[in-house]
Every structure is written in C-alpha cells, then in structure tokens.
Design a protein around this ligand. Structure first.
Ligand code: DGL
Length: 272
C-alpha cells in the first residue's frame, strides 16, 4: 500500500527551501507543499508565544491540505513550537534541531561545539539541552547572530561588511577552540562559503541533509507511509507574501520540480 499524500514543509521564509531541496533529493517520489510565511518573517526576533501561534496557523493550513508528515524547516519555529505541534497533531512532526545536533556531534572531534542562530532560537536554550542530553561532557558556545539574516536577504554574501560581521560574531568561539558549529538558522547555510573564507578550520554543520535522511528513514520504517513508485510527485510553493523583490526565489527553486507558486492567506489560530 502506498500513501500519495504530500509532505508539508514550513519555514518563516525562503531559507527552508534548502531543506526542501534535500528532501526532494532523498525522497523524489514524494509530493510536497512548502509554506513560507514571508509576510511575517522574521520569526527570530519574536516571542515564544507569537512563534507558537504562527506555527499553529501554518500547520493548520498544511493539515487542511491533507499532509501526512510535517517538516519544520525553520530553526526558530522548531525551537519554540516543535513539541507543541507534536502534541497537537495526529501526524508525525520533524523539526531541524535534533538532526542539527546529531550532525554537529558527528562532526566535532573534541566536543567543543558552537551553536549560532536567531535571538529566539539561542534564547530558547534548546540546542544546549539536546546536546547535553546526548553528550553531557560537551563544551557549548552559543551566539545569536541577528545580522546574518538581513545580510543574506540583501545578497551581501561576498561583501567586506559580511566578513567583519562574521569576525565579530565568531571570533570568540574560534578563540575558545570550538571545532564545529551548528548553523542553527535556515539562512546561514548560504553564508557557509563566506564563513569558511574567514575561518577555514571550522567545521560548519547544517541540518538539511540529516533531516532529509531522518524523514527518509521514518517513511521507510512506517508501513504504508511512503508514496510508492507509481506516484506523480508535485512540489507546490505557498507564500504568505509574494513580492517582486524575491530575487532569491528563482535561484532557490531552480532544480526543483515546482508545479505552482501561489500567495495564500492564513486563518487565525483559535485562542486556547
Ligand atoms: N527561518 C528562521 C530560522 O531558521 C530565520 C529567519 C527568521 O528569523 O524568521 O531560524
């Protein structure tokens, strides 16, 4: 038996398309609906309460479309809303934090690790908790890097100012001899090359490949959940705000078998 229902993937914006790309690569027979809440980006500076409400609204929209699995590609939403959504939804929910932690600990040689993310992600302390749960002896250095998101959005990857901001945020970790850093935000993988140019010895870990591997293993181990070989896979993109400035959209979507890109409106979550 096969299950042709789509996998729902959500992010506050377009950065999560890197996760979608890895999912499509790992599970090409599946269909996907990607919802980017571009109208309300950034999530990274908002309160836990607001991030949870936004996440519930996005999840409700995806559930209306009969998804069989929810992948939270956004680190900030994973940090604040993953356990809430898991307790509320009847379908499996995967967030990016645990795959990021697994990949980080696999990459680190000396258990001196760094975590970078938005203010809300770092404030939640969830990376530290999950790292300590697996490796109590790990030395963890965390840093909120709020300027990275606007630099990426502006496309200023190769500018001198970006190099200075990288030094400002990461020099302390490097002094502390951290050997691997989790890129705990959807936008940061786009800065990998720039960070590598400044700190070539630092291992930079992003969760997209690992979450795709975990999604593939979930589908393989749950009888009847995979789409099967006769499926006609579709990738639909829904954004809560579609502007003409989204230069990145075309680039990020290139290589993905996208069948539609649509602007949608979310309904407000029912108050608890
Ligand atoms: N998607 C967010 C994350 O991964 C970054 C952008 C935002 O602040 O909304 O944390």
């Amino acid at each position: 038996m096969a299950d042709p229902r789509p996998i729902g993937v959500f992010d506050s914006g377009l950065g999560g398309l890197t996760v979608l790309t890895e999912l499509v690569r790992a599970l090409p027979a599946e269909s996907y609906i990607y919802l980017g809440d571009t109208a309300r980006l950034p999530y990274g500076a908002k309160s836990s309460r607001t991030i949870q409400r936004y996440s519930q609204e996005v999840a409700a929209r995806l559930l209306e479309q009969n998804i069989k699995l929810l992948v939270i590609a956004c680190n900030t939403a994973s940090a604040h809303a993953e356990s809430l959504l898991r307790s509320e939804l009847a379908i499996p929910v995967l967030g990016v934090i645990q795959p990021g932690v697994d990949a980080l600990l696999a990459a680190s040689l000396h258990n001196r690790v760094g975590v970078i993310g938005t203010r809300s992600t770092i404030k939640s302390g969830v990376y530290e908790q999950r790292i300590r749960a697996r490796k109590p002896e790990a030395q963890i250095f965390s840093k909120a890097c709020p300027l990275f998101v606007p630099l990426v959005e502006e496309g200023w990857i190769e500018k001198r100012i970006t190099q200075l901001v990288i030094e400002e945020y990461l020099s302390e970790m490097v002094r502390e001899e951290v050997d691997a850093v989790a890129l705990g935000c959807t936008h940061y993988p786009l800065l990998k090359k720039a960070i590598h140019n400044v700190y070539p010895a630092l291992r930079l870990v992003d969760s997209s490949e690992e979450i795709a591997r975990q999604a593939a293993s979930l589908l393989a181990s749950t009888p009847g959940l995979a789409a099967g070989t006769n499926s006609r896979p579709q990738v639909r993109i829904e954004l809560t705000d579609l502007t003409e400035q989204m230069n990145d959209l075309e680039r990020l979507l290139s290589g993905l078998p996208v069948s539609s890109v649509e602007e949608i409106q979310l309904s407000a979550a029912a108050p608890h």
